[in-house]
Design a protein around this ligand. Structure first.
Ligand code: PMT
Length: 396
C-alpha cells in the first residue's frame, strides 16, 4: 500500500488533519503522521495514532523508532504532505534548518513534497513568508494555496487552510500523475441538458453526471488540465477541475467549441437532449393556452460537429443503448468519427443512469473491443483513462 507522511504543525486548523487522513485512507493510502512539538499543544498525538494505526512521530529521539528513522522512512513514502503548514516550518524548510523530526525528514525525502499553508493573513502576506514560499517553489515543492475566509484570529482574509478535499485531490495528482497527461487538456461533458418550454418546464433525461464527474476527477489525478462542462446536476465538481456550468444543449455546444482548438481529448459523457421545443414561451404557458400539438425539433449533434472539425483531437463518445448495443454504438462511432466509443445498456436499473456502478463495452474503429464488467464508475473511469493514455502515447 502506498504511504504518505503527513506533517502537522501548530496552526489552529490542525484539527482538519483528521479529515485529511480519513480521505487519504478512503483512497487506499496509508498515512504516517509527524507532528511538531508545538502542534502537540493543540492535539494529543494519540489521536492521529488511533486514526492511522501507526505511532505518531514527534521527536527525532522518540522511543521505538528504527535507527535513523528519518532516513529509513524517507524510502517508505510516495509523498510528504504538510497540512497545515505554519510560517515557521516554511521558513525552516526554505533555509534548511533541521532541528526537529519534520524539518530533518524534509531534507531526507526524495518523493514530491506538498505544502498547505494556514495562518493569519498578515503573516501569510508578509514579504518574508512570501520569499520563503517562492524559494520552496523554486526547489520543486508544490503548494495548495490557502483560501480566503474567516480566520481563527477573528479576521477575514487569505490564509485559511484549503479544504481537505482539495488538499487530498492535489496529493493524489502528485502521486498518480503520468507523463502522457502532462500539458494535455481534456474536456469532459457530463450530466443532462435541459431544453426549456417556458421558464418552469423543460425536456431532459435521467443523467446524474456521476460517470462524467468520475472521468474528470480521474483525468485530473493523472495530471491533465481538465475542463468539465456540466449540465444541471447535484454533484460537487472535483477539486482542481475547471467547471463550466451549462443548461441547454446549445450552451453545451458553445462551451465545448470554445475549448476544442486547445483540447487534446474530448470525452462526451453528457446525455445531450436530442430534441428541443420548436416554440418556447418567455412567460409561463397557461394550461388553457397550451397548443394541442407541441412540436419538437432536433438539437445539433455536438459530437458529430466535433468529428467534422477534428484536427487531431482524440474523440471519445458514450453510447446509451437499450438494444443492439454493438451495431448501434458502431454506427454512431463511424458517423461521429470517434477514436473510442464506450457503450452502456441504459435499460438496466443497476448500471448507467444515476447509478454508482456501470458496465461498459469499449469499441475502437479498427474493430478492437473490450468489456469492462460491472464495477464502480470510478473504476470504469480508471480503465477508460488508461486506454486514453495509451492512445495519446501512441500518437506521439
Ligand atoms: O450521468 P450518469 O447518471 O452517471 O449516467 C451516465 C450515462 C448513462 C449518461 C453515460 O454513461 C452515457 O451513456 N452517456 C451518453 C448519453 C447519450 O447521449 O448517448 P447517445 O447514444 O444518445 O449519444 C451518443 C454520443 O453523442 C454521446 O457521447 C453524446 O454525448 C453525443 N451527443 C448526443 C446527442 C447530441 N445532440 N449531441 C451529442 O454530442
Amino acid at each position: 500500500m502506498d504511504k504518505i507522511a503527513l506533517g502537522v504543525t501548530s496552526s489552529i486548523s490542525l484539527y482538519k488533519a483528521a479529515d485529511i487522513i480519513r480521505l487519504l485512507q478512503k483512497e487506499g493510502l496509508a498515512v504516517r503522521v509527524i507532528m511538531t512539538e508545538k502542534a502537540t499543544n493543540f492535539i494529543n498525538p494519540r489521536l492521529f495514532t488511533s486514526l492511522t494505526g501507526e505511532r505518531t512521530i514527534v521527536n527525532l529521539f522518540d522511543e521505538g523508532q528504527r535507527p535513523v528513522e528519518h532516513i529509513a522512512m524517507a524510502d517508505d513514502i510516495c509523498l510528504l504532505l504538510i497540512a497545515p503548514a505554519t510560517a515557521n516550518i516554511m521558513a525552516k524548510l526554505a533555509t534548511g534548518i533541521a532541528d526537529d523530526f519534520l524539518s530533518t525528514f524534509y531534507l531526507a525525502v526524495k518523493s514530491p513534497v506538498l505544502i498547505a499553508p494556514a495562518m493569519n493573513q498578515a503573516m501569510f502576506l508578509h514579504p518574508q513568508t512570501q520569499a520563503n514560499i517562492k524559494k520552496l517553489k523554486d526547489a520543486g515543492v508544490e503548494f495548495v494555496e490557502p483560501e480566503s475566509g474567516y480566520l481563527a484570529c477573528g479576521q477575514t482574509g487569505s490564509g485559511r487552510l484549503a479544504s481537505p478535499e482539495k488538499i487530498v485531490q492535489t496529493s493524489l495528482r502528485l502521486i498518480r500523475r503520468q507523463p502522457v497527461f502532462k500539458d494535455k487538456l481534456i474536456v469532459v461533458t457530463a450530466g443532462p441538458t435541459r431544453e426549456a418550454l417556458d421558464p418552469v418546464r423543460f425536456l431532459s433525461n435521467r443523467s446524474s453526471g456521476k460517470m462524467g464527474y468520475e472521468l474528470a476527477r480521474e483525468a485530473y489525478q493523472r495530471g491533465a488540465e481538465v475542463v468539465l462542462i456540466s449540465g444541471p446536476v447535484e454533484l460537487e465538481p472535483p477539486a482542481g477541475v475547471k467547471i463550466e456550468k451549462v443548461i441547454s444543449s446549445e450552451e453545451m455546444r458553445q462551451a465545448v467549441l470554445r475549448y476544442y482548438d486547445r483540447a487534446n481529448a474530448v470525452i462526451m459523457t453528457a446525455a445531450v437532449s436530442d430534441f428541443k421545443f420548436s416554440q418556447t414561451g418567455s412567460e409561463k404557458i397557461e394550461k388553457e393556452t397550451l397548443p394541442p400539438d407541441l412540436k419538437l425539433e432536433r438539437t445539433p449533434d455536438i459530437l458529430e460537429e466535433l468529428g467534422r472539425l477534428k484536427t487531431g483531437q482524440l474523440l471519445v463518445g458514450f453510447a446509451a443503448e437499450t438494444a443492439q448495443m454493438k451495431a448501434r454504438a458502431g454506427q454512431k462511432m463511424k458517423k461521429k468519427k470517434l477514436d473510442l466509443m464506450v457503450a452502456n445498456d441504459v435499460s438496466r436499473q443497476d448500471i448507467g443512469f444515476g447509478c454508482d456502478e456501470n458496465e461498459v463495452y469499449l469499441f475502437w474503429p479498427d474493430g478492437r473491443e473490450r468489456f469492462i464488467q460491472k464495477t464502480a464508475k470510478r473504476k470504469v473511469s480508471q480503465e477508460i483513462l488508461t486506454e486514453i493514455g495509451a492512445m495519446l502515447n501512441a500518437r506521439k
